[in-house]
Design a protein around this ligand. Structure first.
Ligand code: G1P
Ligand code: ZN
Length: 543
């Protein structure tokens, strides 16, 4: 086996976003495209010689060929050991857990998260650092800078590695260790949750239904819920990862996980339902005929954390992304802990978790997690809920309704306008920014603007500043409108509008959220002129 040095030229479009480099599969299949990016990672993250690297992906189309390329480039770059998930499968949370457990220098996750897969779908490459979390901006910037000047990469000329069979082999000097995709992750979950109690719950009358949407969470869900926790076989649907996710959109929300929604809202519905996204870091929680918003889910987990063994000594603090509803802030205030408000994107939680300022964190976009790893974690959220349900012996709906009675209800909704043209989307945001200074004090019907800004975040740990993180318009009654452009789409632009109002009165906790938020929907249309500027009458997805 020999190392080949291949001359190449920069491909000029390899700027990693919040979730790594995410592009159409076809982009990654261009000559040298993946190779350039992977070599740029290895050139930027310090001395890798002799170190351990973790590699795996969500099983989407191009996962296997990409892994072979990465293994051969890694071997040519002198990496000591590579832990690869069997068949190339590792969920994002499992990768984070494995990096931490084995003190790996980092990991490469192959996923485009909830974006569709298949030959015409998307692919992605994300580098995580030694704390198990996504590379911070200074690292992704260094990688990007490298991609702009790269002129060669090194690759081992060798036959493909068998990644189907567990065990160790050599690739040049590098040890390739094919690991069980689930084992380390399951062990971590068993250390946090009361598995005996959940087992009792699931082997009794309490019925759950899990939809893995043909994506990476399937093997984890089969092993943990069915094999370990006593749920009947068949509890997990769509549990075998498919390269094209069965043609679906592996995003656990009310639109894309509609099969599960139909089950939970249908005849003889089970007590609990959950779905995950492509790489297993997102979750949607449903009760019988009941949807738990991700923002409420975070607040409920925080309020009940002491019931769960891994969190029984209490929380250091909580953190939520700025557009996430303020429900968790109310819990934090009651417990007497800090609630941090960060920009959108999981990476902003890393410092707070490392510095032990926050224990739980979450985003409105179906992401929930804790200090056990440095990524959001779909299965973890479900186990947390099941642990609470096993202790409280109430239904999901009862638990959430009692929560609202105690803390008040934060009505919440997100309206997405997907694949709009980039130019008008930018115009809309620029125009909105220009209006901000004049909005304060303005009256819209019963609503008076208390503040309006473009969110800026100063990291309390390292002092770094992130500006222009989304337009916020806050009203005197605690309601909020947030408008921002997605940073993860691959086609055109996606406009996200977040709406929130607060209702303390339990007699008014039964409204349909769209109805409760209707006045704010009218106001944001008036201020941002969404219809006029995007040409869209309706959002694509309402959550
Ligand atoms: C979206 C979500 C955000 C999440 C990110 C990665 O980003 O809104 O909360 O962290 O995906 O999963 P966006 O497309 O809004 O930039
Ligand atoms: Zn994801």
């Amino acid at each position: 086996m020999s190392i080949r040095k291949v001359s190449t030229t920069p491909l000029s479009d390899q700027k990693p976003g919040t979730s790594g480099l995410r592009k159409a599969v076809k982009a990654f299949q261009q000559p040298h495209y993946l190779e350039n990016f992977v070599q740029s990672i290895f050139d930027s993250v310090g001395d890798l010689r002799g170190q351990t690297l973790v590699v795996g992906g969500d099983g989407r189309y191009y996962n296997r060929p990409a892994i072979q390329i990465i293994l051969k480039i890694a071997a040519a770059n002198g990496i000591g050991r590579i832990k690869v998930g069997q068949k190339g499968i590792l969920s994002t949370p499992a990768t984070s857990a494995i990096i931490r457990k084995y003190q790996a220098i980092g990991g490469i996750i192959l996923s485009a998260s909830h974006n569709p897969g298949g030959p015409n779908g998307d692919f992605g490459v994300k580098y995580n650092i030694s704390n198990g979390g996504p590379a911070p901006e200074k690292v992704t910037e260094a990688i990007y800078d490298r991609t702009k000047v790269i002129d060669s990469y090194q690759i081992l000329e060798a036959p493909d590695v068998d990644i189907e069979t567990l065990g160790e082999s050599h690739l040049g000097e590098t040890v390739i260790e094919v690991i069980d995709s689930v084992h380390d992750y399951q062990e971590l979950m068993e250390s946090l949750f009361d598995f005996d109690r959940i087992h009792q719950l699931l082997s009794g009358n309490f019925r759950i239904s899990i939809d893995a949407l043909h994506a990476v969470a399937g093997p984890y869900a089969h092993a943990i819920f069915e094999q370990r926790l006593g749920a009947p076989v068949g509890t997990v649907q769509n549990g075998t990862p498919l390269e094209d996710f069965g043609g679906g959109h592996p995003d656990p929300n009310l639109v894309y996980a509609h099969d599960l929604v139909d089950i939970l809202y249908g005849e003889n519905a089970p007590d609990f339902g959950a779905a995950f996204d492509g790489d297993g870091d997102r979750n949607m929680i449903l009760g019988r005929k009941f949807f738990v918003t991700p923002s409420d889910s975070l607040a409920v987990l925080a309020a009940n954390a002491k019931l769960v063994p891994g969190y029984s000594s209490g929380l250091a603090g909580v953190a939520r992304s700025m557009p996430t509803s303020q429900a968790v802030d109310r819990v934090a205030a009651q417990i007497g802990i800090e609630s941090y408000e960060t920009p959108t994107g999981w990476k902003f939680f890393g410092n707070l978790l490392d510095a032990r300022k926050a224990t739980l964190c979450g985003e409105e976009s179906f992401g929930t997690g804790s200090n056990h790893i440095r990524e959001k974690d779909g299965l973890w959220a479900v186990l947390f809920w099941l642990n609470i349900l096993a202790v409280r012996q109430q239904s999901v709906e009862q638990i959430v309704r009692e929560h609202w009675q105690t803390y008040g209800r934060n009505y919440y909704s997100r309206h997405d306008y997907e694949e709009i043209e980039t130019a008008p989307a930018n115009t809309l945001i620029e125009r909105l920014r220009s209006l901000l200074p004049n909005l304060k004090g303005k009256q819209f019907g019963n609503y008076q603007v208390e503040y309006s800004d473009d969110f800026s975040y100063t990291d309390p740990v390292d002092g770094s500043i992130s500006e222009k993180q989304g337009v916020r318009i806050g009203f005197t009654d605690g309601s909020r409108i947030v408008v921002r452009l997605s940073g993860t789409g691959t086609q055109g632009a996606t406009l996200r509008v977040y709406l929130e109002s607060y209702e303390p009165d339990p007699a008014k906790h039964d409204l349909d959220p769209q109805q409760a938020l209707a006045p704010l929907i009218t106001i944001v249309e008036e201020i941002a002129q969404i219809r006029e500027l995007t040409g869209r009458e309706q959002p694509t997805v309402i959550t």
